[in-house]
Structures are given as C-alpha cells and as structure tokens.
Design a protein around this ligand. Structure first.
Ligand code: SF4
Length: 582
C-alpha cells in the first residue's frame, strides 16, 4: 500500500502528504476496529504511525539531512539506491510491519502473562503461578552474570593478588595501602604483560597508547579482578581500561589537533570560571583535581585529562580560590558536585580543607563527591577519610553524598562492601551512575548489577546512554536498547532495585530524560541504519515559548548492535522487540 501510493503520486510533496494521511488512516482504523487485535499490537501501530509521519516531514528531512521519503519513492519506482545498508532496510521493514500491527512481540522471559476468566482467589492463584514462571526465567538470566562476592571469585582473586604482589616484590600490608597502590599503577605494556596474560591486539593498543601519550593506567587492585586465562567473565572489566587500537589512534589524532569534538559535553561553553561547570540553576560541577588512578576508555573528560596521576593535575591554589569565590557570589548554587578526575585521590588534608571552604558557603546544602575508588581502589576509603567526610554533614542543614561509578557486577568486591559500610556508618549515602555501554547491555545484565548494588548498600541513581563520541563507538548502544532494558528488564525488578533514571546527557544542555517521549523526536533513518534523534532541552516549557536550541544526534544502527551481540554468543531473538522502541 505504502509503495503503491509512492508510485502513484506525481510529486514528492503530494506523496509525502498522501503517505502521512495513509499512516493516520491506518492508526485510526486500528483504533476504530480493534476487536481482533491484541492491545500490544494496537499500541505498536500508534508508535510506528507517529514515527513514520515524523520522518516524512520536511523539517525532519532538513534537520536530519536525509530524505526517507525519497528512499520510499525510489524503491517504489525501482530506482537503485546502493547507498542503503541492510541495517537501514531492517529498521524500515520493522516500522512498516509495526504500522500494520505486526512484527515480533514475545516477552523476553518467555512467559505470556495471560489474562484469565477466573475471579477472586482462583484468579490470584493463577496469576501467581504465571508470575512464578516468569521470575524463574528472569532468575535464570540474572544468574548468568557473576559478581565478586561469590566465594569462587573471591578465592580466584586472592590468587591473582598474590601473584601481582610476588612480581612487584610487595607484601599483603602494601596491598592494603592506597598510597602503595597508586605508586604501582600499571602504565605500560611491559608492566602489564608481567602481571596479566593479554592478547596481541591488547598489547599493541597499550604500546601505542604509551607512545602517543593517550592516558592509560590500571591499579594493581583493579588488575586483580582480571583473569589470567581467557574467559568471558572479565570481558567488561578489561574493556573498561584496556583500549582498542582504533580508540588510541583516534584519541591521539584528536589530541594532536586540539579537536574540540572531544569535549563532547561542551564544558568549555558552560564553564563561567576555571574549574566550574554550570548547566542547571542550583548545581555546579567543581573539578579541582584532573586525573584518576586509572582511565575509563570512554571517559567524557578524556579531552582534558592529561595522563594517569599526572603531577600537574592538581589545580593551582589561585584557581581554586577563584572558583570558591565564584560559588560564594552565586547564592542560587545549593549543591556542589566535587569531581574531576577523582577527587578522593587527593590527600586527606586537601580534602578536609576543600570541603570546609565549600561548607562555609552559606547556601550550600549538599556536597556530592564523584569517585570511582569504590571499584578501582576501595582501600582509599579509610576510617580517617570517612570521619572527615562525615564531619561535614549537618542533619537538617547539609548532606554529603558519594556518587560512584560501578559498571558491572564483576566489579563489586568484598572490599567495595566494606568501603560502602564505612561510609554509610558515617551517614553518607552512596549512589551509582552507570554508563550503559555495550559491555553491560546484554539481557538482564544491568538488572543484575542494580540488584547487587542494592545489596552492597549502593542506590542506583542514573543510567547514562553512551555519548556520540566517535572514538568511543565500540562502547555505544542504541537508545532503543536502553529503552527496551528499562521496560522489559529493569521493570521486572522490585522498585528499590531500579531507582535509577535513564538519561542522555545532551552536550551543553544536560540530562534528557529518555523515558519521557515528549523530550525527543525521531527525525530520520540514515543509509547506514542510524536513527537520528532531536533532543529537547530540559528548560522546555519552563523558559517560555521563544526559540530554544535543540540537539540533533545520530544513534548506533540497531542491526549493527545486534550483530555484535551475536558475535559474543548472544541469542539475538531474545532482543527482537528492540525495533519498536523509539
Ligand atoms: S573515573 Fe570518571 S573521570 Fe575518571 S576516567 Fe573514569 S569516567 Fe573519567
């Protein structure tokens, strides 16, 4: 029908109008004569019709810089379009199928929750039976993801830490000393190969990273989480810190040219004074220390971090003074997010001094500390540090919160549990920000993480969609997958184990809430199968109806993502409803 209309119209303009009217008619008919259709299919028609109409609009074409309408016309008239990939055809195919109320739609846990004709206690029992089966299937998926609190994992890691200590000629006491850990950060391929079996490709990337001054480093503690024998268990852990050669070359090239694209979040444009970033009315980011004990490959600040534990990473005293006095002069600011880099790598004294200066500012009611040491260096959370952090709490007046960044259940260790306990015993809540990378994106993998986080005492806070930075493409996941995860997996867990919000951090604008469809439009579908989205700023409907800047970004082709999953052994038929998340 769609192609028949496209063939019969004389101009592009009239074809667009007719196709829009057709989609509207199909939606109307579905909702009018709905008796024979399942509710899920009816809703799918609504979603597909809305996206289909949107991508035909002239404005969408202009912003997306591509015409899907032209493709439909060319296909209808048998004109060759060699530019179009299988990923493009797959996405369009599923959209057209959905418009007709068809397409895949099986529940991920292989159990249909069927409404029954029963009532009262008998209905409840039947429902309960179905839910038991559903949970059994969920539990099966969850249990495929191991975490570091399992006795075998603890025992294996003990062996690993002993081996590392032997090679480094150090003692168990040294291992517990965070200064020793920092002094022994692994910074090159030679030290790495002495402590861990790595592949040729990994070695080549690390050699190039050192040669081209791309930040690279791993704490001995984090290295002990990796396996010496080839295994899929530590895949996510390795991917956190061992870069690919592509990443190294691209990052090195960008750093040489001082390419602003690396500053994806446009921090340069949102920094009113050195060390401060402000995107929201009441919160600022304060970055006094610009490095970490190890560098996450996809780090959003890889444009400004010079290297692991660089001696020059500490801001100059006059810069810190200027930043503090700027905050003091802006009474709208009620919360300071102390981040970097990792501010907990600073000495206790420095931390105490800085916190006391921030706490002295009368408007500050919350100090948030962004750190990854709970995963990379948990021995840093000493009793002394917890006492210092806790001393800046004033119940009813000011709170101190630690926001950490645990990426995978396998990163949780019994040391993490102890560190969190220590912080919480001083009244400091601990929250987690997850970056939804390829390595945590399998079915129920993020749900398994949230579950163990909760049991560790960490509250899931945000799940960030990966940013569109070119050099981090190996980590990116289509937005559709994160939406699917939220709906089909996170939703299955108890509310306390899914307290996080899925967001896309829009450059210069801040967080765009992905669960709210009114915050974005799908504009187009590019020849390589990438969807193009337009994100609306958070201040929409707050700052009037005048012109507002929106942000356009291309996503990861869904088919490409599914093929990668297949490559690591996933059964992609379990992901089939992904096409219907827009
Ligand atoms: S811990 Fe944070 S700031 Fe440090 S490298 Fe990782 S993502 Fe970047």
């Amino acid at each position: 029908m769609i192609f028949a209309v496209a063939r019969s119209e004389r101009t592009m303009d009239s074809m667009r109008r007719r196709l829009c009217a057709l989609a509207e008619q199909m939606e109307f008919d579905t909702f009018y004569d709905y008796g024979n259709m399942r509710q899920g299919s009816i809703i799918r028609v609504r979603d597909c019709a809305s996206v289909f109409r949107n991508i035909l609009k002239k404005r969408s074409e202009d912003l997306g810089k591509f015409s899907v309408a032209r493709v439909i016309r060319d296909i209808a008239l048998d004109r060759p379009r060699p530019d179009l990939s299988p990923a493009f055809f797959a996405d369009l195919y599923y959209m057209i199928l959905g418009l007709q109320g068809r397409g895949p739609g099986k529940a991920p846990a292989d159990e249909e929750l069927e409404p029954s004709a029963l009532t009262g206690r008998r209905a409840a029992k039947e429902r309960s039976r179905q839910l038991d089966t559903l949970w059994k299937n969920i539990e099966k998926r969850l249990s495929t993801y191991h975490h570091g609190l399992e006795p075998e994992v603890i025992a294996y890691r003990r062996k690993r830490s002993r081996k590392i200590l032997k090679v480094l000629g150090a003692s168990e006491k040294d291992w517990e000393n965070w200064h020793w850990q920092l002094q022994n950060v692994i910074r090159d391929a030679e030290s790495l190969t002495a402590l861990l079996a790595i592949s040729g490709a990994e070695k080549e990337a690390v050699v190039e990273a050192s040669r081209r001054k791309v930040p690279f480093g791993i704490t001995p503690f984090y290295l002990s989480l990796m396996h010496d024998e080839p295994t899929a268990h530590d895949r996510a852990i390795r991917a956190q810190v061992i870069p690919s050669l592509d990443y190294v070359m691209e990052t090195a090239a960008d750093r040489e040219t001082g390419d602003c694209l690396m500053d994806f979040m446009r921090e340069r444009d949102t920094s009113p004074v050195d060390l401060i970033t402000r995107r929201y009315p009441a919160i600022v980011i304060f970055k006094p220390y610009n490095t970490c004990p190890q560098i996450c490959v996809y780090c959003q600040r890889n444009w400004e971090i010079e290297g692991v534990l660089e001696p020059t990473a500490m801001a100059r005293p006059e810069q810190i003074e200027r930043a503090l006095s700027w905050i003091r002069r802006h009474p709208a600011i009620h919360e300071v997010l102390l981040t970097g880099g990792d501010p907990l790598i600073m000495s206790d004294n420095r931390i105490r001094n800085l916190l006391s200066r921030i706490a002295d500012i009368p408007t500050i009611e919350r100090i948030r500390i962004g750190t990854r040491v709970l995963a990379t260096l948990p021995m840093r959370i000493t009793d002394g540090l917890c006492r210092i952090l806790g001393s800046f709490r004033k119940p009813g007046k000011r709170e101190v919160v630690v926001v950490t960044h645990v990426q995978h259940p396998y990163e949780i260790t019994n040391r993490t549990v102890e560190a969190v306990e220590n912080l919480r015993s001083r009244g400091i809540p601990v929250c987690n920000q997850l970056v939804y990378t390829f390595w945590i994106s399998r079915r129920f993998e993020a749900a398994a993480l949230r579950r163990i986080l909760r049991l560790t005492g960490i509250t899931p806070y945000y799940t960030f969609n990966t940013k569109g930075k070119d050099e981090t493409r190996d980590y990116r996941v289509p937005i559709a997958r994160l939406l699917q995860e939220q709906k089909e997996e996170a939703r299955m867990m108890p509310g306390m184990a899914r307290t996080d919000e899925a967001v896309y951090n829009v450059p210069g604008m801040g967080k765009n809430y992905l669960r709210a469809l009114q915050h974005r439009n799908m504009l187009s579908l590019l020849p390589d199968g990438s969807r193009v989205y337009e994100y609306h700023p958070w201040e929409k409907n707050i700052s009037g109806t005048g012109p507002l800047e929106t942000y356009i970004s291309n996503d990861v082709p869904i088919l490409e993502y599914l093929e990668r999953l297949e490559g690591i052994g996933e059964d992609v038929s379990a992901y089939q409803t992904i096409w219907y998340y827009y």
